[in-house]
Design a protein around this ligand. Structure first.
Ligand SMILES: Nc1nc2c(c(=O)[nH]1)N=C([C@H](O)[C@H](O)COP(=O)(O)OP(=O)(O)OP(=O)(O)O)CN2
Ligand SMILES: [Zn+2]
Length: 127
């Protein structure tokens, strides 16, 4: 058995896709939903202490995602922050890399993230 935990987050941001043949070339905004799926390196759960029975305390996961991603992108223009084209694919891959490094140091494996640009459009990055 391998057990995983998932937590969802939101942030609001503006962006545009220069050179896009459709409406996305113009500046516009999204309320992005970010979903983060994690497991422990040993595939199990913490055996004792304050976090007994947990993969990671959701409060700790919340703090890490906030520090590493949300505080940097919420209510920002993504094109001002990143030198890559701000597609959901590029954003999700970038967020995966950042979060993976931080969680790895805490004995956590980042299994998957999903970045929802709208209610109908989502990109998934798996390890
Ligand atoms: N593969 C991708 N396609 C598109 C991206 C992207 O990041 N990856 N981005 C855009 C634009 O940012 C646009 O804002 C989103 O387009 P779309 O999903 O078509 O937005 P709508 O709200 O109009 O879609 P509905 O079908 O009405 O939900 C474009 N493509
Ligand atoms: Zn967009």
């Amino acid at each position: 058995m391998k057990i995983k935990a998932k937590k969802g987050f939101h942030f609001d941001a503006a962006h545009c896709l220069p050179g896009h043949s459709g409406k996305c070339a113009s500046m516009h905004g999204h309320t992005y939903r970010l979903e983060v799926v994690v497991a422990r390196k040993d595939g199990g759960i913490i055996a004792d202490g304050s976090s007994e029975g947990m993969i990671i305390d959701f409060g700790d996961l919340n703090r890490i995602v906030k520090e590493e991603i949300l505080d940097k992108v919420d209510h920002q223009c993504l094109n001002d922050l990143f030198d890559f084209r701000t597609t959901s694919e590029n954003l999700a891959a970038h967020f995966f890399t950042i979060l993976n490094e931080r969680l790895h140091a805490n004995d956590i494996v980042l299994e998957r993230i999903l970045l929802w640009e709208s209610n109908t459009s989502c990109v998934e990055v798996e390890r």
